[in-house]
Write a protein that binds this ligand. Structure first.
Ligand code: SF4
Length: 378
């Protein structure tokens, strides 16, 4: 299924849900947003995970300076570009303004203000010390109250727990898909679709796993195994195809659309033994040591995590993993980290390509040359 077909089907799905009386909450596509809480209140969570072409990126020029990251610019373009493939975004009822980074908060505020979408607020602590965790819990309580005001009733504890269970199962299936020996292109397509639809797609994920069991492995022995970190590849971006055409095969998507989304799940004993389901979200935030939002140890944690995964892959598969660090131009979080990451990993003999780019079509040739050169070196 290509991106156009996916978007068209998704638009039909959302329209059907709206006809059934469902409301939609949009938000930027990073981690730490408790979508289970939105789901428990009866809303459809909709992550902005669409970016990758220059039309969307340039359509933000009236709202944001060109020194804003290309992803944030594209999120504005989703609403300002006319005619648009993303007209289903007009169905969004509320937009959640959060602070993953400066670009995230500015973009979310612009979307709510200039495209007249009623706003919800959810601020995330930047540290994970006990005081920051208390603040995070207060924000969760506040978000719960904002949602309750909208629906005119209390969100029951049992509904939050059921939603956590549902998302748990869904994320575990995505982890199973991550372990399949299939191409990175196929993996990314199913991750993107799943994150868009949410747990409703569970039966399709099960069928996918069944159809791609080890007897159907499609892995090419000649390809270069890649650990992909940094910024995500969103729906509409050509980067995954470019990497594959250059001989690379992404084995790990260490990004918001990837491992950062599905790696944190809860065991049933934890769920049944905890009194307040909001504490799960606090716990998940505290455990998110490799996420780029939190300081002070993100850089060190990320390097340690990458080294461990690379070692494990070598032991299991007998193949080296090379690192592509994807830096969307002007992404402060990932940009600032690139020299440190390269130096630390290269000292261990791990090859790293820092791939900084925006979504300009004109850059494709240059990008392709850099990726091909990296693959040839291997
Ligand atoms: S600056 Fe980076 S983290 Fe922030 S919105 Fe852009 S891509 Fe996401």
């Amino acid at each position: 299924m290509d991106a156009i077909e996916l978007l068209s089907d998704y638009a039909d799905y959302l329209r059907e849900k709206k006809d059934q009386g469902k409301k939609i909450i949009g938000f930027m596509g990073h981690d730490n947003i408790p979508e289970e809480l939105l789901d428990a209140a009866g809303f459809i969570p909709l992550r902005m995970i669409f970016a990758g072409n220059d039309d969307l990126m340039h359509a933000s020029n009236d709202y944001l300076p060109p020194s804003t990251c290309s992803f944030a610019q594209s999120c504005i373009g989703l609403f300002s570009l006319k005619p648009s493939q993303y007209h289903f975004l007009n169905l969004i009822d509320h937009f959640l303004v959060s602070n993953h980074c400066v670009s995230d908060i500015c973009t979310s505020e612009i979307i709510t203000k200039y495209f007249k979408i009623p706003r919800l607020n959810f601020y995330i602590s930047y540290t994970q010390d006990p005081e920051a965790l208390k603040y995070f819990k207060l924000e969760l309580l506040d978000l719960k109250q904002q949602l309750e005001k909208l629906i005119g009733r209390e969100i029951k504890k049992q509904d939050i727990i059921e939603s956590i269970r549902k998302y748990n199962l869904f994320k575990k299936k995505l982890s199973d898909i991550n372990d399949l020996d299939i191409s990175g292109v196929d993996k990314l397509k199913i991750f993107q679709k799943a994150i868009l639809y949410g747990p409703v797609i569970l039966p399709e994920l099960e069928d996918f796993i069944q159809a791609n069991n080890p007897n159907h492995a499609q892995n090419s022995k000649d390809s270069v195994d890649i650990f992909f970190t940094g910024c995500s590849i969103f729906i509409g971006d050509y980067l995954i195809n470019l990497i594959e055409e250059s001989g690379g095969d992404i084995k790990y998507f260490d990004t918001w659309v990837g491992d950062a989304y599905f790696s944190q799940v809860f065991e049933e004993e934890e769920i049944t033994s905890n009194d307040d389901p909001l504490d799960f979200f606090v716990q998940r935030f505290e455990n998110n040591k490799n996420g780029d939002h939190t300081v002070p140890y993100y850089f060190e944690n990320k390097v340690t995590q990458i080294k461990e995964i690379i070692k494990e892959h070598q032991e299991k598969k007998g193949k080296k993993l090379r690192v592509i660090n994807h830096i969307i131009k002007f992404c402060d979080h990932i940009n600032i980290f690139q020299s440190f990451l390269k130096k630390e990993l290269q000292e261990e003999g791990i090859q790293v390509l820092n791939l900084e780019r925006d979504y300009s079509r004109a850059n494709r040739g240059q990008l392709s040359t850099r990726v091909e050169a990296f693959m040839e070196m291997m």
